[in-house]
Design a protein around this ligand. Structure first.
Ligand SMILES: [Zn+2]
Length: 123
């Protein structure tokens, strides 16, 4: 076996805990509806005006992005853990090639090789 899945399983579980803690913090800080805030933000940005409350708006936007990203990462971590169970972990979901361990060290939840990840981003 080329990839030490047990090592990555531990990394994924650690990352999962970290992301869940971050998500909990974000939600505790903003108990209100995230969707409402997002609309507010895009409206503010469309005016292309950096008013005096710009820093507040920017802070909210970052929080919103963090929440969205964290949820995305969390679901990717769960999928990666499932792939470890299935024995398909470390294999590119698009071309079937092995994902280099260096890439998995940075993104243990990666499901695509670098080439296919770039392709997916570009499309
Ligand atoms: Zn690939």
């Amino acid at each position: 076996m080329a990839i030490d899945t047990e090592h990555f399983r531990i990394e994924l579980l650690k990352e999962r805990e970290r992301v869940q803690a971050a998500l909990k913090n974000l939600r505790d800080e903003h108990p209100g509806s995230i969707e409402d805030e997002a609309e507010e933000i895009s409206g503010t940005l469309e005016t292309d005006h950096l008013g005096e409350n710009a820093s507040i708006t920017l802070g909210r936007e970052i929080d919103y992005t963090l929440t969205e990203n964290s949820e995305q990462v969390l679901s990717e971590i769960d999928q990666a853990l499932k792939r470890i169970e299935d024995g398909t972990y470390g294999t590119c979901g698009a071309c079937g090639k092995e994902i280099p361990a260096e890439r998995l060290e940075v993104y243990p939840w990666a499901s695509l090789c670098i080439d296919d990840a770039r392709r997916a981003e570009a499309s």
